[in-house]
Ligand binder design. Sequence first.
Ligand code: NAD
Length: 492
Amino acid sequence: MQRYQMYIGGKFVDASAGEWFETFNPFTGQPWAQVARGNAKDADRAVQAAHQAFTEGPWPLLNASQRGKLLHRLGDLVAREAKRLAELEVRDNGKLIAEMQGQLNYLPQWFYYYGGLADKIEGAAIPLDKKGFLNYTRHEPVGVAVAITPWNSPLLLLGWKLAPALAAGCTVVVKPSEHTSVSTLEFVKLVEEAGFPPGVVNVVTGFGQDVGSALVEHPLVRKIAFTGSDVNGRAIYEAAAKTFKRVTLELGGKSPNIVFADAKLEDAVNGAVSGIFAATGQTCIAGSRLLLQESIHDVFVERLLALAKTARLGDPSSVDTQVGPVTTRAQYDKVLHYIDVARGEGAKLLLGGGAASRPECGSGWFVEPTVFAGVQNRMRIAQEEVFGPVLSIIKFKDEDEAVAIANDVRFGLGAGVWTSDIGRAIRMCERIQAGTVWVNTYRAVSYLSPFGGYKDSGIGRENGMEAMREYLQVKSVWINAGAATGNPFVLR
Ligand code: NAD
């Protein structure tokens, strides 16, 4: 079985304890490679390497344009290797090749965009209220940043963190998910090929409780950029507070996809189905609560079921497959558990409702696309993140009720609004508490547009200009242009 070492200070190395863990192919349910199992000592080695690269050596001597050029080169290399990386992701996380290919083809844009931004971060000369002084601001990198990624879109979510961090001049330690570490270890070879000096990007692999928490607690780390569950996000936030680290937390969601009677129904049906079944529902922005206006409820449900029934499950490496397996065994069990919870709460099962035993699913961790109607928003199935292909349908009467239901959840990541009434669209965009609102579309994201959560869905923003601020700190510089410094004991 192939073995993947971690990457520290520009070298691939074994874990200090010499341990390994298995990584699984979700389509076969079998392990296919081994990854170095790091511990707190490895976390420290990686942070020391990143700290050294930040304070000494060539990296801090590069100007911002030179950092931008390296990022551009990295973008070109990712474009060159997109197909290979996409195939690797499919094997390790079970997502569809069609989706991964699209994601990997898009990923270079993050490196180009932030490469372009690197030398456009300008301070200000402040017109002071005191004569004889020059005051200006500098935007300086915060220092060593730690990027902790989940398993659902490993390289995309790494790019969201790494590109602005490097553009800002930080050095980085990456901790990929223990379920999907391999693509990050292949990716980092491209970082080296692009010409980033040793120690600027390090990858330390292992489990959250060993490596992840050691990174979060490390005193030399100044910033944590985390994507993952709200439970772990909370623990990280608390631990980071001890050393006043900055944090970006991109957490879970229970996003409402709201369809008004005046919507173009065919578009809305397509949006609702892709909102929940794309990526097997394993996306933070899954439109897992479908809010339907009463008057179209029945006809909409009929059309939605007709489309959902056509979903082809099977081998994620085939371009014809439309719904792949769940990425981990634990997640598979969790999704099935939530289906039982919904049944127990009295939700009405309209489609699916269990493990998929179709022959094309082999021994993989597949769940049938599942639809529940008659869901009340207070039920657990409407309040808790399932992170799988399970849709809850909730009825509403009017705009006010739609807003009340949409906001009556502790998350606030995304929301969809389907309507032909522009006034209603604008009102809904104002009233919904979510970091992203889509009107007559769903799941669109871009390197150009800020992304993040309201409420328990997170803190801070990734993508767009906003993300740069997360890796910079502002210094105010005062220069005396010649005024004498007076005796401090004589009041003026
Ligand atoms: P997870 O929280 O289990 O793990 C995420 C990462 O955190 C992994 O690398 C893990 O090893 C690490 N980790 C776990 N405990 C840690 C600790 N105490 N200290 C430091 N690191 C720790 O999440 P997951 O199951 O891999 O991913 C699914 C979750 O991610 C879902 O809740 C989903 O909504 C969320 N997500 C959010 C976004 C977003 O942008 N908002 C995007 C994708 C996924």
